[in-house]
Design a protein around this ligand. Structure first.
Ligand code: PMV
Length: 318
């Protein structure tokens, strides 16, 4: 986190991105605290961002106490004013909560003039209950591991400059989903396939890491597709079941397969929602966007790409 503070009087404003999971976090050892049971790995986005201004109240005093192994953590008696702005659909499976919690965390840390290293920043971001927010405090390709107790581990595998992967997002339904991810994390344990999924994850993480190192979109995309199907298989086989897909979701998935049949290397993945992220390299992006826009039921296309993580902003929302 590079710091550009405007000082406590004006507060601080940060923009933080959403991320798309290549290996998914699904099933939590504490859903209210966003503590994962298994490792996940994502690509930080560039254009889908949340912006947050935090302004400490005048009388506020910050209490800083030592945290075991980890340096500082902030507690605060006086409160702050907080404003958030999001420019893409919220609660629709596009990781808006990850972007929001990452932006709030970065702005608060800056506004209260604190120093945190990446692991601790990630832990603060996910503590509000959106685990994937932990991965949005960093840019590029990011692995997030369960760690121990209430401390998780973050690793930037490669910066955004390593490989310019594009993410063309086809919106099948922009409305907020009926079942939250938090509830999905809780119900995952009731799926008879959940243990099997957990057993597959180390190998998938290794395949994604290798694909990123070699910049191999076909290898990366194959794992991303397996992971998306598995996440939704767990959701649909949970008790009671959770169905995030819409008819347009299926049509988009079929179009992505048809593109590959026609020689376009495009690969689909979904988080907990009906909207589909299609991963490809820059040369394929115009064709992918054009074909997705023509799928019946697609309401909007968002063209995004790998991004560099949170940035301070000179704007203020307050
Ligand atoms: O971050 P949460 O707690 O809202 O969980 C979301 C998890 C998925 O987006 C479905 C997958 C992931 O790893 O981001």
């Amino acid at each position: 986190m590079s710091r550009v503070s405007t000082g406590p009087a004006l507060g601080a404003t940060w923009a933080a991105p959403a991320n798309i999971a290549l290996v998914k976090y699904w099933g939590s050892r504490n859903p209210d605290a966003g503590l994962p049971l298994s490792p996940s790995l994502s690509m930080t986005l560039r254009h889908c961002v949340a912006t947050c201004t935090v302004r400490p109240r005048a009388a506020a005093g910050v209490q800083v106490f030592q945290r075991r192994r980890r340096g500082q953590r902030a507690g605060h008696g006086g409160g702050a004013e907080v404003a958030v702005e999001v420019t893409f659909p919220v609660a629709a499976g596009l990781a808006s909560s990850a972007a929001i919690f990452a932006a709030v965390t970065c702005a608060a840390i800056d506004a209260f003039d604190l120093e945190l290293h990446d692991d601790a920043l990630a832990d603060l971001a996910r503590a509000g209950g959106s685990g994937s927010a932990a991965r949005s405090v960093a840019g590029g390709f990011v692995e997030w591991r369960p760690g121990t107790g209430d401390e998780t581990e973050l690793e930037v595998i490669a910066p955004a400059s390593h490989w310019e992967v594009r993410d063309v997002i086809a919106i099948a339904d922009p409305c907020p989903k009926r079942v939250s991810s938090r509830e999905g994390h809780r119900r995952a344990f009731s799926s008879p396939y959940f243990d099997r999924r957990l057993a597959l994850l180390d190998e998938r993480i290794a395949r994604v890491r290798d694909a990123i190192r070699r910049r191999d979109i076909d290898a990366l995309g194959a794992v991303a597709e397996e992971e998306a199907v598995d996440l939704h298989l767990i959701a649909m086989s949970s008790r009671p079941p959770i169905r995030y897909w819409r008819p347009a979701t299926v049509a988009i998935l079929e179009e992505v397969e048809a593109m590959r049949h026609d020689g376009v290397s495009a690969w689909s993945t979904l988080d907990a929602g009906p909207n589909v992220h299609v991963l490809c390299e820059p040369g394929a992006e115009p064709e992918v966007a054009r074909r997705l826009a023509g799928v019946p039921g697609v309401q909007r296309i968002i063209r995004d790409r790998v991004g560099e993580g949170p940035v301070a902003s000179a704007r203020t929302l307050l």
